[in-house]
Each structure stands twice: as structure tokens, then as C-alpha cells.
Design a protein around this ligand. Structure first.
Ligand SMILES: C[S@@+](CC[C@H](N)C(=O)[O-])C[C@H]1O[C@@H](n2cnc3c(N)ncnc32)[C@H](O)[C@@H]1O
Length: 279
């Protein structure tokens, strides 16, 4: 199944009939994305499960692994929250490296795959169903937080998520997350030559919304510019240490949705923000 087929199947299940660009608040976005990720969970796992592995920490479609880049440093003994963990492969890798991870995700469907993979591997990560906007963790209770494409594109307020992450981090703790590189917003989600032409303004933050016949959102994705991220860090007491833009590796041929060798060789597809909580 291609990622395109996968998307179409979830759309069918949810009765999606079209696309709108309009503002969407927290309640509608949460409802739509919970339904979306539940509807898509099995197909997501069928499409990407092999690439992501059962206990691997893959940051992005470019295939960059935490075992190569070590952004979280020495994780032995560290309490780490994985936000938007999906099937929680990253958390199981962290456990195998000596950390004490907890995986959090909005979608029960995605967490079912995490739970199955816990049973399959014998690496039993604690899992919590929760939104990144309301983390059910105590203040200062984790040494680090991370996310590989989880939650952030789907929430209406960056400041709310960053504020929550800051609250649960101990002072100095790292918050490192991967998202679609903001410059990708200007192109269509086409991995081929049509995806090389700019079609929409980088500065237009109006969310991408898929809707059902009654106009209700069935999928919502938010766009933020690089400057928006920097300002949200500053507003929530997070310090930006680095911005990693993984390059497309030689010989890597896997197409993941809009990520392809063709586009990856020309411009970045992923942004990994490396931040920490002020002391
Ligand atoms: C693209 S998947 C990434 C999953 C996993 N990190 C991976 O690498 O495969 C996005 C995940 O974010 C989760 N998600 C979406 N909105 C969320 C929210 N508000 N809070 C927590 N998780 C959310 C989805 O349920 C889904 O599991």
C-alpha cells in the first residue's frame, strides 16, 4: 500500500469529501485528529512499520537514527517522555539503551499497536492515552522529552504544547522533536516533479483541513514558519540549541508520502529542533 492509498482509505472511513483552508480551534482539531489517527492506525503501521522497526529510534523519513546522531546524549537512567509516540518504537529503543521511557499518544488505535509491539518484543513501555496539550505527568518529572513527527503538526497552539513539555521537564532537560520542514508548506504533497513547484505562500498559516459532507473537520494540519517556532520557544522558557535539517542519504530510495529522493536532494523535508528548558 502506498502512503497515498493509505490516506485515501482513512478518508473513506471518515467520509471525507473535500479540503478547506480555514481556522480550526483546539476542540475541533482534537476531535478530528483523534478520529483520523484511529482510522489510519492499522494502515500507518502496515505502510511504515517495517521501516520504523519494533525497537528503533528513526527520527524522520530520511532515515536518520538516534543511534547515529545521539541528540539525546547518554540516556542511561533518564526518564524520557515520548510525545505522539504512535507504535512507540522510539521508546522501546530508548529502553534498550537504558532509559525509562513513557509513551504518550492521543490515539487509542495507535497505542494498540504500541501495546502489541510491547508484547511482541517483551519490552514493556508504559503507555498513556493523552493529548500533548494536557500531559498527565507531574511537574519536573522527566529528564527529557522527544517526538518523531508526533502531535505537533496537529495541535492548534504550539505554546500550549511547549508550555506543557516545559512544565514536565526538570530544569535543563531536553525537548527534541522532528516535524515536517516548514518550507515544505509551499509545495503540494507530491513526491514527484509536480512537487517541485511552489504553489502556496510560506507565510499563510491557515490550517489545511479535510472535511466531511457537513463541513466538519476530519483531518487538520497546522503550518508554522521557522520564526513561529523560535518565538514559541522564547515565550515558553525553552532555549533553542540546534536545528537539524537531515540531508537525503546517498542510496536511500524509500518514498514516504511527499518525501522522496527527488525532493530530498534539493531541499530539506524534516526539521529537528533541539531545545532545553531554562535552568
Ligand atoms: C505521524 S504519527 C508519528 C508516530 C510515531 N512517532 C512514528 O514515528 O511513527 C503522528 C502521531 O501523533 C499522534 N497525535 C496526533 N495529535 C496528537 C496530540 N494532540 N497529542 C498526542 N499525540 C497526538 C497521532 O495519534 C500519531 O500517533
Amino acid at each position: 500500500m502506498t502512503a497515498q492509498d493509505r490516506h485515501l482509505r482513512a478518508e473513506e472511513r471518515l467520509g471525507t469529501v473535500g479540503v478547506a483552508h480555514r481556522p480550526v480551534g483546539k476542540r475541533e482539531a482534537t476531535r478530528a485528529n483523534l478520529a483520523w489517527w484511529d482510522a489510519d492506525a492499522d494502515d500507518y503501521q502496515a505502510t511504515h512499520g517495517d521501516f520504523l522497526g519494533d525497537a528503533e529510534f528513526v527520527w524522520c523519513p530520511e532515515g536518520l537514527r538516534e543511534s547515529e546522531i545521539g541528540l539525546l546524549g547518554d540516556v542511561r537512567g533518564a526518564r524520557i517522555a515520548e510525545i505522539g509516540c504512535g507504535q512507540a518504537a522510539c521508546s522501546r529503543w530508548l529502553a534498550s539503551a537504558g532509559a525509562y521511557p513513557v509513551g504518550l499518544d492521543l490515539s487509542g488505535g495507535m497505542l494498540r499497536h504500541a501495546s502489541n509491539a510491547n508484547a511482541r518484543t517483551g519490552v514493556d513501555i508504559p503507555l498513556i492515552q493523552a493529548s500533548a496539550e494536557d500531559l498527565p505527568l507531574a511537574a519536573g518529572s522527566v529528564d527529557a522529552a522527544c517526538s518523531a513527527f508526533g502531535a505537533i503538526p496537529f495541535v492548534s497552539s504550539l505554546e500550549t504544547v511547549f508550555g506543557e513539555v516545559r512544565r514536565v521537564l526538570r530544569p535543563g532537560g531536553a525537548w527534541i522533536f522532528a516535524v515536517t520542514h516548514p518550507m515544505r508548506w509551499i509545495f503540494s504533497d507530491d513526491p514527484g516533479p509536480n512537487g517541485l513547484t511552489a504553489i502556496q505562500p510560506y507565510f499563510d498559516r491557515t490550517p489545511y483541513v479535510e472535511i466531511d459532507a457537513s463541513g466538519e473537520a476530519t483531518y487538520v494540519e497546522y503550518h508554522r514558519t521557522l520564526g513561529d517556532y523560535v518565538r514559541a520557544f522564547a515565550a515558553t522558557g525553552l532555549v533553542l540549541d540546534d536545528l537539524i535539517e537531515p540531508e537525503w542519504p546517498e542510496g536511500h530510495t524509500r518514498v514516504w508520502g511527499q518525501w522522496s529522493p527527488l525532493r530530498g536532494k534539493l531541499f530539506p523535508g524534516t526539521a529537528i529542533f533541539v531545545t532545553h528548558r531554562e535552568k
